[in-house]
Design a protein around this ligand. Sequence first.
Ligand SMILES: [Zn+2]
Ligand SMILES: [Zn+2]
Ligand SMILES: [Zn+2]
Length: 522
Amino acid sequence: MSGPERPSSSPETRGDPAATGSVVPIGFRERPAAILLLLVLPLASAQPSIKVQMRTQSGAKVVDLPLERYVAAVLAGESGMFQSPEALKAMAVAARTYAVRLRGRHAAEGFDFCDTTHCQRIQLDGIGARLEAAAAETAGELLWYQGKPAFTPYTRDCGGRTEDAAAIWPDLAAPYLKSREDPYCARRGSSAWQWSAEPKRILQSLHDSALRAPGDLDRIAILGRTPSGRASTLVLTGASGSVRISADSFRFAVGRELGWNTLRSDRYQVRASNGRIAFEGSGSGHGVGLCQLGAEQMGADGRSYRDILAFYYPGTVVGLTGRGLSWQRLSGDSLAMLTTQPDQDRAVLAAAERIERGIAQRTHWPVPPNLELRVYPDLDTFRNATGEPGWVAAHTEGRRIHLQPATLLRAKGALETTLAHELDHAFVESQASAAIPLWFREGLAAFLQAGRGTGAARIPTDADLRQTADADRARRAYAQAQAQVGALVQRYGETVVLGWVKRGLPAEVANASTSQAAPKSK
Ligand SMILES: [Zn+2]
Ligand SMILES: [Zn+2]
Ligand SMILES: [Zn+2]
């Protein structure tokens, strides 16, 4: 979308899921060994994912992507070159909001988005840890305007002044997409460009795009400009007469036939010179919304992604829901907590740190650095962010622990036990070698939190542990893993069993296992 391809004339769409209050999928499907089953609540309905048409050499195919994976793929396709983490996060929110708002724009063709700049360019093989982090750190956050997801176009480089959305999409008069001076990209350095071509090449590209054109071409004049100073209407004149054409259509035709690096924007002067038509301009792309070059500069200046979004989409609100709830960070001694209700959730941070000290004393393992605890404001947001059904109380991936609303867990008497279980996981994962099987990770976390339990001691299959369709089947499998670890502790002693986490299970224990090694957590 940021690219030079012509934007769709109608950004509105049907089936806007956020507007109708249904569930938007926001989940990584790879799940390390870390779920806890304490609550029995109705299962979430099947969560839709984004259908993207990918074009490859062997043809087009439609792939299903969870929203956050789609966001990371857009970052790779549209802003993989960004240096600033805050600029990347701003782009992640813009790309996500764009996806939620315009989802289904290709519904008639059987998918939501194409993989080009017509929608958002995506690059699945370009997703790295940095881009995944930008998506994860803003997971679920959208830009809202008057209770609805905003329309969030972005552009490579506005050349020093953004464009008014209404100049490109006449039926879209969004107050947060007005033309404004951009001192940031202007400071970033010259975005000036020059391009010239023989008249007959220009005429050929207009013919190839089936646009009206004069029989021959001597000169091009700019008849009208948009409020931001970009060309809007051109007059093409030759001996045979004159033809008017929109600058947008002209640029699209030239770009498609002669390359997108020719006329980079509509922000130019044009003259005839030595038998050629010469353009001198600045900027790249349509110029509406977030200017990527300016966002990079704001990031380099130390501004946050919220500052960046507030500058390019003024009047919108960043938040997880239309209520404008957004993450606030509380830093403890060894742990950071993200919450939307800091006053209410402050006690959770204190409890978590107390539990951490207890685990460190018992295991003699150091407290894992940079742990982050995310407490969700409601069940829907939790489910959207983790992809877990409602009966899963928490979800740990790497150093990030996602927790259902504290009030909900407290009401079930499950807050402390859930925290303890997930923190046990974080300790185990910080020590575990890749070869440690899933049942052992799960069983040990449960054993540390609650002892041997009442299940039958045996090794459950990974499939039983991983599936989230059947709560009873999962609960049985977890209880078995817990009892199995309990039996091992009884036989070998806790210190020995804890030592296996780093060194790997001894052969006689590992061989009893039919379970495969769990993937190393992210
Ligand atoms: Zn667990
Ligand atoms: Zn498209
Ligand atoms: Zn700019």
